[in-house]
Design a protein around this ligand. Structure first.
Ligand code: PLP
Length: 378
C-alpha cells in the first residue's frame, strides 16, 4: 500500500527547536515567558494588528471575544452557518443563542444580504443581536467590505474567525484586522501549527490586556489570590509559543506553497468539465489557499459525484474530506434560527477539500493526479 497522503499535516521550518530549547534551558516552562511575548510580537508584525494575545486555542479566543463584548445569557449572536462547529460552540458557552446565516456562492463565506435580512428580522422581534461571527473558509476572505457596512449600519460588533485564514488578505490588509476582534488558530492541521493554540487580535489595547487577565484566572492585583471576575485558564504555554516563533519564520513560504497547490489543481481540472474551484473573485482577494476545495456537478461530469471522487481517492490512500456540513443542518444546532437560501446546502452536497499540505511532494501530486484522472475516466 502506498503511504498516506494527508489533507494537511504539520510542516516544521527548522528553527522551532531552537526556541523550544531556549525555553527549556532558561526554565521558562510555563504559560508565560519570552516565547509567548515574542510570538505575540511576530503576529502583530505579520498581520498589522496593534495587539495580540497568544492563547491555548482558537476556540478559547472566540469565547473570550464574546465575553469581552459583553455577550450574556439570553442574548443572540449571528454566525456563519457554513463553518466548523468551533465558530459557533463558544456562543453557547456564554449562554447565548446562535442565529445562523447562509453563505454567498462566490467566496462561500457569510452572505451580506442574508446577514442584513437576519438583523432586520431579529430587531423586528425585539432581539437585536449582540455580535456577528464571520468565518473565512479554507483561507478565502469573505466580502468583508459589505459585511462591515451592514455591521456598522446596525452598530453590531464583528468578530472575524480567521482560524483558517492566517496569511490571507483583502486589498492588502490581513484578515482578522477588519472587525473588533480577529481570532487565529495554530491547531495541528492549520497553515502553521504550534501543535495546538490560538490567538486573539485587536487594535484595542484595553480589550487585549483584559483578555490576558481573563485567560490567566482573572487574578486581581494583590499579594494574595484575589478575584473579582470569573477567570479562565486559556493562556498559551511558552514551550508551544516557541514552536510558533519558528513557524512564523516560514509562514510566507507556506502561503506560497499552498497557493502553488491551488495552481496545480486548477491546471489539472482545466480539462475536466463539471469541476469548479473555490477561487478568488477578484484581485482584491488574496487567499492563503489553506485547503484547495472543489465543487463537483454530476450533471456536467458525466454522472461522477462528489462521493465517487472521495471514495476513489480514499482507495488510493489519499485523504480528502467533504466541505463543512452547515451548522443549521447539525443535530445540535437545528433548533437555531437560520437565514439563507440554500447556498451552503448545495456547497456541502457538491464540495470536497483536496490534499493541500505545504509539504506535498511532486511524487504525491502525481499520485493524486492519476487517482483523479482515473475517477473522471480521463
Ligand atoms: C480550527 C478552527 C477553529 C478552532 O480553532 P482551535 O485552535 O482548534 O480551537 C475555529 N474556527 C474554524 C473555522 C477553524 O477551522
Amino acid at each position: 500500500m502506498n503511504s498516506k497522503i494527508w489533507l494537511s499535516s504539520p510542516h516544521m521550518g527548522g528553527n522551532e527547536m531552537k526556541y523550544v530549547q531556549e525555553a527549556y534551558d532558561t526554565n521558562w516552562v510555563a504559560p508565560l515567558g519570552p516565547n509567548v511575548n515574542g510570538f505575540e510580537a511576530d503576529l502583530q508584525k505579520y498581520t498589522g494588528t496593534k495587539h495580540a494575545a497568544a492563547l491555548s486555542a482558537g476556540t478559547a479566543a472566540i469565547h473570550l471575544s464574546l465575553i469581552l463584548l459583553g455577550v450574556k445569557a439570553g442574548d443572540e449572536v449571528l454566525a456563519s452557518s457554513f463553518t466548523f462547529s468551533a465558530t459557533v460552540n463558544p456562543i453557547t458557552y456564554v449562554g447565548a443563542t446562535p442565529i445562523l446565516v447562509d453563505s454567498e456562492a462566490e467566496t462561500w463565506n457569510m452572505c451580506p444580504i442574508q446577514l442584513e435580512k437576519a438583523i432586520k428580522d431579529r430587531i423586528a422581534k425585539g432581539r437585536k443581536p449582540k455580535a456577528i461571527v464571520v468565518v473565512y473558509l479554507y483561507g478565502m476572505p469573505g466580502k468583508i467590505e459589505e459585511l462591515l457596512a451592514v455591521a456598522n449600519k446596525y452598530d453590531i460588533p464583528l468578530i472575524e474567525d480567521a482560524a483558517e485564514a492566517l496569511g490571507s488578505r483583502y486589498k492588502g490588509k490581513s484578515m482578522g484586522t477588519f472587525g473588533k476582534f480577529g481570532i487565529l488558530s495554530f491547531n495541528g492541521n492549520k497553515i502553521i501549527t504550534t501543535s495546538g493554540g490560538g490567538a486573539l487580535i485587536s487594535d484595542d489595547q484595553e480589550l487585549i490586556e483584559k483578555s490576558r487577565f481573563l485567560a490567566t484566572q482573572a487574578r486581581d492585583n494583590a499579594p494574595h489570590y484575589q478575584h473579582s471576575h470569573i477567570g479562565y485558564n486559556y493562556r498559551m504555554s511558552n514551550i508551544v509559543a516557541g514552536i510558533g516563533r519558528g513557524q512564523m519564520e516560514v509562514l510566507e513560504e507556506r502561503v506560497a506553497q499552498r497557493r502553488a497547490n491551488f495552481e496545480f489543481y486548477k491546471e489539472l481540472f482545466s480539462d475536466i468539465s463539471g469541476v469548479s474551484l473555490q477561487e478568488e473573485p477578484s484581485k482584491d482577494f488574496f487567499s492563503n489557499f489553506w485547503l484547495t476545495s472543489i465543487l463537483i456537478d454530476p450533471s456536467k461530469t458525466g454522472g461522477v459525484t462528489r462521493e465517487e471522487v472521495r471514495l476513489g481517492l480514499e482507495q488510493e490512500n489519499i485523504e480528502c474530506r467533504p466541505l463543512w456540513k452547515p451548522m443549521h443542518m447539525q443535530p445540535v444546532f437545528e433548533a437555531c434560527a437560520y437565514y439563507g437560501n440554500g447556498v451552503s446546502e448545495e456547497l456541502f452536497e457538491k464540495g470536497l477539500c483536496l490534499p493541500s499540505g505545504s509539504n506535498m511532494t511532486v511524487e504525491e501530486r502525481n499520485r493524486i493526479k492519476l487517482a483523479l484522472l482515473k475517477v473522471f475516466k480521463k
